[in-house]
Design a protein around this ligand. Structure first.
Ligand code: C6P
Length: 412
């Protein structure tokens, strides 16, 4: 890994990622699908290997040496990841991914602690992971759902925010950065407005924590969910951060080993927070890998990663806008967006675009991106999406441009 001046030393960074060295369909791989999952540096792979080679045992149980080592690996990872998001460690619950984190909040907070008639507010650009869990909670607890709208330019319409936050609203759950439009929402303003109305805020940070500095203390949110696999970490390590006092009030999500204090045949009492929400054997290796990913990203610097992605995004937007017959969705202002860019090629289905790009070695995502209501709002069935990360290069953006020329040649 390395950095030079204010620029990232991308060749050195790329050398850390074994998978980026491979070819696809006879071309060097151009991986523009990091919003779906990022690639992993050798440092993360080594941390996982080291855990299984040297310390593997079950956690929080052992009287033996490696059991204690495994517990240390897991608990040190909790502290490391908390530091990455500038959050108190006692609110850090390890889960599998963002989806599980939001389901935990919807099940243990909304379904259990809200009352019939209370309202949960979302936006119409949420990923299904920040929509379906609330629908389930609403059905079971008699809650209602309200929605903030998306303007034609891909920004969030805040004009009816006050109305939406008024009683009976008790909770707002919102994505920090859209996985389709790249839109970064003005979270501080929204959180302040919500708290002024005693409305709690849950942040889906799946697309922001990997790409920009995120401070839970500065945001002052009540819940924050993200996935390690989108930030150079392994699949299977996700995080729910929640205010410890809320976790104290919430009943457990899953029952079983590790989350109890005392168990009789008829009754159980719960372990302390956050262990109360971590039933069963956790994925310790994934937690170790996520801690290594935090080390990796922090050594480069999240500010610098963000600044570099902004340059790449400017290049990507300019290229797509200059390409005949290409429609780009989402904000064009770089201050209000990140590096996930959705587009369509006139007259060509997004899946055909993705397939032809793949033949040229360029990996993008195509489809509804788990955002069917947003697709409806945009009036499209699907989009193609290119998304950049710290290891992408300007040459790769140009390779996408060349491959799009191939799409147009085939369909002309
Ligand atoms: N979006 C994408 O290609 P999981 O699958 O639980 O790690 O993350 C779910 C999720 C939640 N919120 C947002 C904003 C997301 O982008 C995602 C995952 C991927 O856009 C896979 S569908």
């Amino acid at each position: 890994m390395g950095v030079a001046g204010t620029q990232l030393d991308v060749p050195t960074i790329r050398a850390d990622f074994p998978l980026l060295q491979r070819t696809v369909n006879g071309h060097p791989l151009v991986y523009l699908d990091s919003a779906a999952t990022s690639q992993k540096p050798q440092q993360v792979l080594d941390a996982i290997d080291d855990y299984y080679s040297e310390h593997n045992a079950n956690v929080h149980r052992g009287v033996h040496t490696i059991g204690n080592e495994a517990t240390d690996v897991f608990e040190n990872a909790r502290q490391r990841v908390a530091r990455f998001i500038d959050a108190p460690t006692d609110g850090m619950v390890f889960v599998r991914n963002t989806t599980e984190a939001i389901n935990l909040v919807a099940s243990s907070y909304a379904r259990e602690l809200l009352s019939k008639g209370d309202r949960v507010v979302l936006t119409e650009m949420e990923h299904h992971s920040n929509l379906v869990p609330w629908q389930l909670a609403a059905q079971r607890a008699g809650l209602t759902l309200g929605f903030m709208h998306v303007r034609d330019d891909g920004t969030l319409d805040l004009s009816d925010l006050d109305e939406l936050l008024a009683p009976p609203t008790r909770l707002l759950s919102i994505g920090h950065q859209s996985n389709v439009l790249g839109t970064v929402v003005p979270l501080r303003t929204i959180i302040d407005a919500a708290h002024a109305r005693d409305v709690l805020v849950c942040v889906d940070a799946a697309q922001s924590v990997p790409h920009m500095p995120v401070s839970v203390r500065e945001l002052d949110c009540d819940f924050l969910a993200f996935s390690g696999h989108k930030m150079c970490g392994p699949m299977g390590a996700g995080v729910l951060w929640a205010r410890p006092e809320l976790l104290e009030r919430m009943p457990p999500f899953l029952g079983g080993g590790s989350m109890i204090l005392r168990v009789s045949l008829e009754h159980s009492t719960w372990s302390t927070v956050p262990h109360k929400f971590e039933a069963g054997t956790p994925d310790v290796a994934a937690a170790a890998g996520l801690a290594a990913a935090c080390d990796y990203l922090d050594a480069i610097g999240m500010e610098r990663i963000h600044a570099y992605e902004r340059e790449l995004t400017a290049h990507l937007l300019a290229l797509l806008e200059e390409t005949d017959g290409v429609d780009v969705y989402g904000p064009h202002d770089l201050d209000g967006r990140g590096g996930a860019v959705s587009f369509n090629v006139a007259g060509v289905h997004a899946h055909d675009v993705g397939t032809i790009l793949d033949r040229e070695g360029v990996a993008v995502r195509a489809g509804h991106h788990c955002c069917q209501p947003l697709m409806k709002r945009l009036g499209v069935a699907a989009t193609a999406r290119a998304s950049v990360y710290l290891y992408n290069t300007h040459e790769e953006v140009d390779a996408l441009g060349a491959a799009l020329g191939e799409v147009q040649r085939i369909f002309s």
